[in-house]
Design a protein around this ligand. Structure first.
Ligand SMILES: *Cc1c(COP(=O)(O)O)cnc(C)c1O
Length: 424
């Protein structure tokens, strides 16, 4: 099965005249269609809100598109909170789901009116110290421990995860928060990542909904929002069946009626904090083949490297590659597609069957729209690429320029380092 790029070779050739490779490019039409279908899928829930996980694609231009559909920002650091503030997302439009949190970040979130989602029971005191008193609306992150196995066999290991509180701690935390004047309570959990199954959200929802019922019985607190967080995945592999968001929304609806409504909790808002699902397929890393090497293996070297997209190097993640203009050519070659870092894991693909690649060919690396540019770094003195937006009308807008050596040396500015460097 084929994966279809949202760029043609002709369009890519036109773009590289203004913006040389490598660059990340995002597809406005795809982003809009996807967020629309998400909001539709949960329209049965009056208070539904998606808080986009800013860390996945921290570009204000892209997040502003999501804002048009009512999305807020899920932040977990100071600079992510600053991005939210910059685009006017304050108050209930901020969810602060951080862990191991510096205390001044709680204060910043509270100053912006955002919702603090506590990762740990000890943070109740920290928030109280940082903010003077507890905010009226707060949330806690739950970790059931053990192994979370979905009916389809996908499993993850919450027992090994650093996040969240045990059930006993959740009861205690809500009881303390209630005694300290908190009035609106939320519950959050994130149990499996990149799930490509329609079952994950409904099964996670059942865990959280049952817990909400228990909290009401044991602590006398009525939960007002339940945050299913991230974890809805995308099909990185060409033969994977994508999630059906309408089926997922209906699946959560059914459990909502069965557990919450049946227990008198019929006014709970559902929140999500999706990152990958919102942007992953609608971003690509575009790069040019600049080297071929025939040694013990066949190598194609490109002008991007792991600093532009770290997932293959970091997790061995699969990213599909299309050689633009050769979409229908037979895959007659087997290549390792590499970047130039002095690290042997800097390979976008290993033993990948591709059409014959010629120097100058433009390679389109799929599904780089989330956790792609965002995970970038500067190892080997490599610079981060530009980010471009392919608009619905076909225009291309620069939404973040590429780094230059001056940016790389900027943190030496106390020594006038760069100025001396270029003066010599
Ligand atoms: C990373 C993260 C998300 C988003 O996860 P995706 O897998 O990209 O959907 C949401 N919430 C929290 C707290 C996260 O850390």
């Amino acid at each position: 099965m084929a994966k279809t790029p949202f760029l043609t070779l002709e369009k890519a050739q036109e773009i590289v005249k203004d913006y040389p490779t490598p660059f990340h490019i995002y597809d406005e039409a795809g982003i809009r269609a996807n967020v629309k279908s998400l909001v539709d899928a949960f329209s049965w829930n009056r208070g539904y809100k998606e808080y986009f996980a800013v860390k996945a694609t921290p570009n204000p231009f892209l997040i502003k598109i999501l804002q048009e559909y009512g999305c807020g920002c899920d932040c977990s650091s100071k600079t992510e909170l600053m991005i939210a503030r910059t685009i006017g997302a304050t108050g209930d439009n901020i969810m602060f789901s951080s862990n191991d949190t510096p205390v001044d970040e709680f204060k910043l979130c509270n100053d912006l009116g955002g919702i603090i989602n506590l990762d740990d029971i000890t943070h109740i005191d920290l928030v109280e110290q940082a903010c003077g008193k507890l905010p009226e609306k707060m949330s806690c992150r739950y970790n059931p421990g053990g192994v979370f196995v979905l009916t389809n066999g996908i499993m993850d290991n919450p027992g090994d995860a650093k996040y969240g509180m045990t059930k006993e701690q959740i009861f205690e935390a809500f009881s303390i928060m209630k005694s300290k004047g908190v009035k609106e309570f939320g519950l959050h959990s994130f149990l499996a990542s990149n799930t490509v199954t329609n079952e994950y959200y409904p099964e996670l929802a059942r865990v959280l909904f049952n817990l909400a019922v228990e909290i009401k019985e044991k602590v006398g607190v009525s939960i007002s929002f339940i945050n299913l967080s991230g974890g809805i995945g995308i099909p990185y592999l060409p033969d994977q069946e994508p999630n059906d968001i309408a089926v997922i929304g209906e699946g959560v609806h059914k459990v909502y009626d069965e557990v919450l409504v049946a227990n008198g909790l019929d006014d709970v808002s559902i929140y999500t904090e999706l990152g990958r699902y919102m942007m992953g397929p609608y971003g690509a890393l575009v790069t040019t083949a600049i080297n071929e090497k025939h040694t013990h293996k066949e190598y194609i070297g490109v002008d991007a490297c792991a600093v532009n997209l770290m997932r293959p190097a970091m997790y061995g993640a699969y990213h599909h590659i299309t050689v633009l203009g050769k979409e229908n050519a037979p895959a007659t070659k087997t290549y390792d597609v590499t970047g130039s870092l002095c690290e042997n894991n800097d390979k976008f693909a290993i033993d990948r069957e591709l059409p014959e690649v010629e120097m100058g060919d433009i390679l389109y690396i799929h599904d780089a729209g989330a956790h792609g540019f965002a995970m970038g770094y500067n190892y080997n003195g490599k610079l981060k690429s530009a980010e471009l937006l392919l608009k619905e009308n076909g225009d291309v807008q620069l939404i973040r320029r590429a780094e230059t050596p001056k940016d790389y040396f900027a943190t030496f500015d106390c020594f006038d380092f760069y100025d001396k460097l270029i003066a010599e």
